[in-house]
Design a protein around this ligand. Structure first.
Ligand code: NAP
Length: 281
Protein backbone atom coordinates (compact mmCIF):
# COMPACT_ATOMS: atom_id res chain seq x y z
CA UNK A 1 0.00 0.00 0.00
CA UNK A 2 1.42 3.43 -0.94
CA UNK A 3 1.42 6.08 1.80
CA UNK A 4 -0.26 9.43 1.15
CA UNK A 5 3.18 11.07 1.20
CA UNK A 6 4.55 8.72 -1.47
CA UNK A 7 1.45 9.26 -3.62
CA UNK A 8 1.79 13.03 -3.39
CA UNK A 9 5.54 12.78 -4.28
CA UNK A 10 4.75 10.57 -7.31
CA UNK A 11 1.88 12.83 -8.19
CA UNK A 12 4.03 15.96 -8.15
CA UNK A 13 6.37 14.25 -10.61
CA UNK A 14 3.40 13.38 -12.90
CA UNK A 15 3.93 9.64 -12.36
CA UNK A 16 0.47 8.97 -10.93
CA UNK A 17 -1.23 10.80 -13.82
CA UNK A 18 0.81 8.91 -16.42
CA UNK A 19 0.02 5.56 -14.78
CA UNK A 20 -3.68 6.43 -14.57
CA UNK A 21 -3.68 7.51 -18.24
CA UNK A 22 -2.04 4.29 -19.40
CA UNK A 23 -4.44 2.23 -17.25
CA UNK A 24 -7.50 3.98 -18.70
CA UNK A 25 -6.09 3.47 -22.22
CA UNK A 26 -5.39 -0.25 -21.72
CA UNK A 27 -8.03 -2.36 -23.47
CA UNK A 28 -9.96 -4.90 -21.38
CA UNK A 29 -9.06 -8.56 -21.94
CA UNK A 30 -11.27 -9.74 -24.81
CA UNK A 31 -13.92 -12.32 -24.00
CA UNK A 32 -12.98 -15.74 -25.36
CA UNK A 33 -15.55 -15.74 -28.18
CA UNK A 34 -15.22 -12.08 -29.17
CA UNK A 35 -15.69 -11.66 -32.93
CA UNK A 36 -17.25 -15.12 -33.42
CA UNK A 37 -20.67 -15.77 -34.86
CA UNK A 38 -22.54 -18.77 -33.46
CA UNK A 39 -25.64 -20.67 -34.52
CA UNK A 40 -27.38 -22.87 -31.96
CA UNK A 41 -30.31 -25.06 -33.02
CA UNK A 42 -33.19 -25.90 -30.68
CA UNK A 43 -32.09 -23.05 -28.46
CA UNK A 44 -35.26 -21.48 -27.12
CA UNK A 45 -35.15 -23.53 -23.93
CA UNK A 46 -33.24 -26.23 -22.07
CA UNK A 47 -29.66 -27.09 -22.95
CA UNK A 48 -29.67 -25.16 -26.25
CA UNK A 49 -30.86 -21.98 -24.56
CA UNK A 50 -28.23 -22.30 -21.82
CA UNK A 51 -25.52 -22.81 -24.44
CA UNK A 52 -26.71 -19.85 -26.55
CA UNK A 53 -26.71 -17.64 -23.45
CA UNK A 54 -23.22 -18.70 -22.42
CA UNK A 55 -21.78 -18.24 -25.93
CA UNK A 56 -23.27 -14.74 -25.91
CA UNK A 57 -21.90 -13.98 -22.44
CA UNK A 58 -18.49 -15.11 -23.68
CA UNK A 59 -18.60 -12.57 -26.51
CA UNK A 60 -20.16 -14.38 -29.49
CA UNK A 61 -22.92 -12.98 -31.64
CA UNK A 62 -25.55 -15.68 -31.45
CA UNK A 63 -28.38 -16.79 -33.73
CA UNK A 64 -30.97 -18.79 -31.83
CA UNK A 65 -33.74 -20.90 -33.35
CA UNK A 66 -36.47 -23.46 -32.85
CA UNK A 67 -39.72 -24.52 -34.51
CA UNK A 68 -42.07 -21.97 -32.96
CA UNK A 69 -41.90 -18.23 -33.50
CA UNK A 70 -43.40 -17.52 -30.07
CA UNK A 71 -40.62 -19.52 -28.40
CA UNK A 72 -37.98 -17.71 -30.45
CA UNK A 73 -39.46 -14.33 -29.45
CA UNK A 74 -39.61 -15.25 -25.76
CA UNK A 75 -36.02 -16.52 -25.70
CA UNK A 76 -34.80 -13.43 -27.58
CA UNK A 77 -36.49 -11.18 -25.01
CA UNK A 78 -34.70 -12.96 -22.19
CA UNK A 79 -31.31 -12.88 -23.88
CA UNK A 80 -31.61 -9.24 -24.91
CA UNK A 81 -32.37 -8.31 -21.28
CA UNK A 82 -28.85 -9.56 -20.57
CA UNK A 83 -27.49 -7.19 -23.24
CA UNK A 84 -26.30 -10.06 -25.42
CA UNK A 85 -25.89 -9.69 -29.18
CA UNK A 86 -28.53 -12.10 -30.41
CA UNK A 87 -31.04 -12.57 -33.17
CA UNK A 88 -33.29 -15.49 -33.99
CA UNK A 89 -35.39 -17.23 -36.55
CA UNK A 90 -37.73 -20.17 -36.86
CA UNK A 91 -35.86 -23.33 -37.83
CA UNK A 92 -37.29 -26.82 -37.78
CA UNK A 93 -34.02 -28.67 -38.39
CA UNK A 94 -35.75 -31.32 -40.48
CA UNK A 95 -36.77 -28.74 -43.10
CA UNK A 96 -34.10 -27.78 -45.62
CA UNK A 97 -35.62 -24.36 -46.38
CA UNK A 98 -35.60 -23.57 -42.62
CA UNK A 99 -31.94 -24.59 -42.29
CA UNK A 100 -31.05 -22.43 -45.29
CA UNK A 101 -32.91 -19.47 -43.75
CA UNK A 102 -31.04 -19.98 -40.45
CA UNK A 103 -27.61 -19.90 -42.10
CA UNK A 104 -28.58 -16.91 -44.25
CA UNK A 105 -29.83 -15.08 -41.17
CA UNK A 106 -26.41 -15.45 -39.51
CA UNK A 107 -24.64 -14.16 -42.60
CA UNK A 108 -27.07 -11.26 -43.15
CA UNK A 109 -27.00 -10.15 -39.49
CA UNK A 110 -23.41 -10.86 -38.50
CA UNK A 111 -21.42 -11.48 -41.69
CA UNK A 112 -20.55 -15.18 -41.45
CA UNK A 113 -20.56 -18.33 -39.32
CA UNK A 114 -17.78 -19.56 -36.99
CA UNK A 115 -19.61 -21.83 -34.55
CA UNK A 116 -22.39 -24.35 -35.03
CA UNK A 117 -24.04 -26.12 -32.11
CA UNK A 118 -26.31 -28.86 -33.45
CA UNK A 119 -28.57 -29.52 -30.50
CA UNK A 120 -32.01 -30.55 -31.78
CA UNK A 121 -33.39 -34.01 -31.08
CA UNK A 122 -36.71 -35.79 -30.72
CA UNK A 123 -37.89 -38.95 -29.07
CA UNK A 124 -41.43 -39.90 -30.09
CA UNK A 125 -41.39 -43.43 -28.61
CA UNK A 126 -40.74 -45.01 -25.22
CA UNK A 127 -40.53 -48.81 -25.26
CA UNK A 128 -38.37 -51.69 -26.37
CA UNK A 129 -36.28 -51.42 -29.50
CA UNK A 130 -38.11 -54.35 -31.12
CA UNK A 131 -41.47 -52.64 -30.52
CA UNK A 132 -40.38 -49.31 -31.99
CA UNK A 133 -42.71 -48.40 -34.88
CA UNK A 134 -41.01 -47.80 -38.22
CA UNK A 135 -42.41 -44.25 -38.35
CA UNK A 136 -40.89 -43.43 -34.94
CA UNK A 137 -37.54 -44.90 -35.95
CA UNK A 138 -37.57 -42.85 -39.15
CA UNK A 139 -38.48 -39.65 -37.31
CA UNK A 140 -35.68 -40.13 -34.77
CA UNK A 141 -33.11 -40.76 -37.48
CA UNK A 142 -34.41 -37.89 -39.64
CA UNK A 143 -34.13 -35.25 -36.89
CA UNK A 144 -31.38 -36.54 -34.62
CA UNK A 145 -29.01 -37.86 -37.28
CA UNK A 146 -29.83 -36.75 -40.83
CA UNK A 147 -30.68 -33.14 -39.94
CA UNK A 148 -27.43 -32.86 -37.93
CA UNK A 149 -25.51 -34.24 -40.92
CA UNK A 150 -27.22 -31.88 -43.37
CA UNK A 151 -26.66 -28.88 -41.14
CA UNK A 152 -22.93 -29.55 -41.00
CA UNK A 153 -22.77 -30.17 -44.76
CA UNK A 154 -24.56 -26.87 -45.40
CA UNK A 155 -22.57 -24.86 -42.81
CA UNK A 156 -19.07 -25.97 -43.79
CA UNK A 157 -18.80 -23.75 -46.91
CA UNK A 158 -19.48 -20.68 -44.72
CA UNK A 159 -16.80 -21.78 -42.24
CA UNK A 160 -14.35 -22.43 -45.06
CA UNK A 161 -14.89 -18.84 -46.17
CA UNK A 162 -13.80 -17.73 -42.67
CA UNK A 163 -10.82 -20.12 -42.73
CA UNK A 164 -11.89 -21.78 -39.48
CA UNK A 165 -14.82 -23.12 -37.51
CA UNK A 166 -16.10 -25.16 -34.59
CA UNK A 167 -18.94 -27.66 -34.75
CA UNK A 168 -20.48 -29.21 -31.68
CA UNK A 169 -23.01 -32.04 -31.66
CA UNK A 170 -25.18 -32.71 -28.63
CA UNK A 171 -25.32 -36.47 -28.10
CA UNK A 172 -26.11 -38.17 -24.77
CA UNK A 173 -24.66 -40.77 -22.41
CA UNK A 174 -27.35 -42.95 -24.01
CA UNK A 175 -25.14 -42.81 -27.10
CA UNK A 176 -22.34 -44.46 -25.10
CA UNK A 177 -24.47 -47.07 -23.37
CA UNK A 178 -28.06 -47.40 -24.62
CA UNK A 179 -30.84 -46.33 -22.26
CA UNK A 180 -33.38 -49.07 -21.60
CA UNK A 181 -36.67 -48.38 -23.44
CA UNK A 182 -35.01 -45.63 -25.48
CA UNK A 183 -33.22 -47.87 -27.96
CA UNK A 184 -33.79 -45.94 -31.18
CA UNK A 185 -33.03 -42.61 -29.50
CA UNK A 186 -29.81 -44.09 -28.06
CA UNK A 187 -28.78 -45.43 -31.47
CA UNK A 188 -29.27 -41.95 -32.95
CA UNK A 189 -27.01 -40.52 -30.26
CA UNK A 190 -24.37 -43.21 -30.94
CA UNK A 191 -24.48 -42.15 -34.60
CA UNK A 192 -23.46 -38.64 -33.51
CA UNK A 193 -20.34 -40.04 -31.80
CA UNK A 194 -19.37 -41.59 -35.13
CA UNK A 195 -20.29 -38.45 -37.05
CA UNK A 196 -18.06 -36.42 -34.72
CA UNK A 197 -15.07 -38.66 -35.50
CA UNK A 198 -15.73 -38.88 -39.25
CA UNK A 199 -16.27 -35.14 -39.75
CA UNK A 200 -13.37 -34.21 -37.46
CA UNK A 201 -10.86 -36.05 -39.65
CA UNK A 202 -12.39 -34.81 -42.88
CA UNK A 203 -12.66 -31.16 -41.80
CA UNK A 204 -9.34 -30.80 -39.96
CA UNK A 205 -7.50 -29.63 -43.11
CA UNK A 206 -10.07 -26.80 -43.37
CA UNK A 207 -9.26 -25.79 -39.78
CA UNK A 208 -12.74 -26.80 -38.66
CA UNK A 209 -12.94 -28.68 -35.37
CA UNK A 210 -15.79 -31.08 -34.58
CA UNK A 211 -16.60 -32.15 -31.04
CA UNK A 212 -19.53 -33.52 -29.11
CA UNK A 213 -21.22 -33.25 -25.72
CA UNK A 214 -22.74 -36.29 -24.04
CA UNK A 215 -24.92 -35.07 -21.17
CA UNK A 216 -26.42 -37.34 -18.54
CA UNK A 217 -29.90 -36.59 -17.23
CA UNK A 218 -30.34 -32.82 -17.30
CA UNK A 219 -33.44 -31.16 -15.85
CA UNK A 220 -35.34 -29.98 -18.93
CA UNK A 221 -38.76 -30.53 -20.47
CA UNK A 222 -37.24 -33.23 -22.70
CA UNK A 223 -36.27 -35.40 -19.71
CA UNK A 224 -39.38 -34.40 -17.72
CA UNK A 225 -40.81 -37.92 -17.64
CA UNK A 226 -37.74 -39.06 -15.67
CA UNK A 227 -38.21 -36.56 -12.83
CA UNK A 228 -41.85 -35.47 -13.10
CA UNK A 229 -42.86 -36.89 -9.73
CA UNK A 230 -40.97 -37.26 -6.47
CA UNK A 231 -40.54 -41.04 -6.73
CA UNK A 232 -39.14 -40.87 -10.28
CA UNK A 233 -36.88 -37.97 -9.40
CA UNK A 234 -35.42 -39.82 -6.42
CA UNK A 235 -34.89 -42.91 -8.56
CA UNK A 236 -33.15 -40.90 -11.31
CA UNK A 237 -30.99 -39.09 -8.76
CA UNK A 238 -30.04 -42.30 -6.98
CA UNK A 239 -28.45 -43.65 -10.18
CA UNK A 240 -26.02 -40.74 -10.18
CA UNK A 241 -22.86 -40.69 -8.03
CA UNK A 242 -23.50 -37.00 -7.27
CA UNK A 243 -27.03 -38.00 -6.29
CA UNK A 244 -28.64 -35.29 -8.40
CA UNK A 245 -29.63 -34.37 -11.95
CA UNK A 246 -27.71 -31.83 -14.00
CA UNK A 247 -28.88 -28.32 -14.84
CA UNK A 248 -28.81 -26.94 -18.43
CA UNK A 249 -26.25 -24.30 -17.42
CA UNK A 250 -23.85 -27.10 -16.46
CA UNK A 251 -23.59 -28.04 -20.16
CA UNK A 252 -22.91 -24.48 -21.27
CA UNK A 253 -19.34 -23.90 -20.09
CA UNK A 254 -18.02 -26.99 -21.90
CA UNK A 255 -19.83 -25.91 -25.07
CA UNK A 256 -18.25 -22.47 -24.89
CA UNK A 257 -14.80 -23.90 -24.16
CA UNK A 258 -14.96 -26.40 -27.05
CA UNK A 259 -16.16 -23.63 -29.39
CA UNK A 260 -13.32 -21.31 -28.40
CA UNK A 261 -9.68 -21.01 -29.42
CA UNK A 262 -8.78 -22.43 -25.97
CA UNK A 263 -9.74 -25.77 -27.54
CA UNK A 264 -7.76 -25.15 -30.74
CA UNK A 265 -6.07 -28.59 -30.62
CA UNK A 266 -9.18 -30.53 -29.57
CA UNK A 267 -11.21 -32.21 -32.27
CA UNK A 268 -13.07 -35.50 -32.65
CA UNK A 269 -13.74 -35.68 -28.91
CA UNK A 270 -16.83 -36.31 -26.83
CA UNK A 271 -17.16 -34.58 -23.45
CA UNK A 272 -19.33 -36.42 -20.95
CA UNK A 273 -21.29 -34.13 -18.61
CA UNK A 274 -23.04 -36.54 -16.30
CA UNK A 275 -21.93 -36.15 -12.69
CA UNK A 276 -19.97 -39.40 -12.91
CA UNK A 277 -22.89 -41.48 -14.17
CA UNK A 278 -20.79 -43.28 -16.78
CA UNK A 279 -18.39 -44.49 -14.09
CA UNK A 280 -21.19 -46.55 -12.66
CA UNK A 281 -22.94 -47.88 -15.78
P1 NAP B 1 -35.78 -29.22 -24.19
O1 NAP B 1 -35.46 -28.46 -22.95
O2 NAP B 1 -37.05 -29.97 -24.23
O3 NAP B 1 -35.72 -28.17 -25.40
C1 NAP B 1 -35.98 -28.57 -26.66
C2 NAP B 1 -35.75 -27.41 -27.63
O4 NAP B 1 -35.74 -27.96 -28.92
C3 NAP B 1 -36.82 -26.35 -27.62
O5 NAP B 1 -36.21 -25.10 -27.81
C4 NAP B 1 -37.71 -26.74 -28.81
O6 NAP B 1 -38.40 -25.58 -29.24
C5 NAP B 1 -36.62 -27.24 -29.77
N1 NAP B 1 -36.99 -28.22 -30.81
C6 NAP B 1 -37.66 -29.37 -30.66
N2 NAP B 1 -37.75 -30.02 -31.85
C7 NAP B 1 -37.07 -29.25 -32.76
C8 NAP B 1 -36.81 -29.37 -34.14
N3 NAP B 1 -37.25 -30.41 -34.87
N4 NAP B 1 -36.09 -28.39 -34.75
C9 NAP B 1 -35.65 -27.34 -34.06
N5 NAP B 1 -35.87 -27.15 -32.74
C10 NAP B 1 -36.59 -28.11 -32.10
O7 NAP B 1 -34.63 -30.27 -24.57
P2 NAP B 1 -33.17 -30.51 -23.97
O8 NAP B 1 -33.28 -31.47 -22.86
O9 NAP B 1 -32.50 -29.21 -23.74
O10 NAP B 1 -32.48 -31.29 -25.18
C11 NAP B 1 -31.54 -30.68 -26.03
C12 NAP B 1 -30.57 -31.72 -26.54
O11 NAP B 1 -29.91 -32.33 -25.44
C13 NAP B 1 -31.21 -32.86 -27.34
O12 NAP B 1 -30.34 -33.20 -28.40
C14 NAP B 1 -31.24 -34.01 -26.35
O13 NAP B 1 -31.20 -35.26 -26.98
C15 NAP B 1 -29.95 -33.74 -25.59
N6 NAP B 1 -29.88 -34.37 -24.28
C16 NAP B 1 -30.76 -34.04 -23.30
C17 NAP B 1 -30.66 -34.65 -22.06
C18 NAP B 1 -31.60 -34.33 -20.92
O14 NAP B 1 -31.58 -35.08 -19.92
N7 NAP B 1 -32.36 -33.28 -20.99
C19 NAP B 1 -29.66 -35.61 -21.83
C20 NAP B 1 -28.78 -35.92 -22.86
C21 NAP B 1 -28.89 -35.28 -24.08
P3 NAP B 1 -39.68 -25.63 -30.23
O15 NAP B 1 -40.72 -26.43 -29.53
O16 NAP B 1 -40.06 -24.19 -30.44
O17 NAP B 1 -39.19 -26.28 -31.47
Amino acid sequence: MLSNRTISQLSSRGIVKTAARSLSKSTPTPAKLDGKVAIVTASTEGIGFAIAKRLGQDGAKVVISSRKQKNVDKALDELKKENLTVCGTVCHVGKSDHRKALLEKAVAEYGGIDILVSNAAVNPFFGTLSATPEASFDKIMEINVKAAFMLVKETVPYMEERGQGSILFVSSIGGLIPFPMLGAYSISKTALLGMTKAFSVELAPSNIRVNCLAPGIIKTKFSGALWANEEQRQLAESTNPMNRLGEPDECAGSASFLSSDDASFITGETFVIAGGATSRL
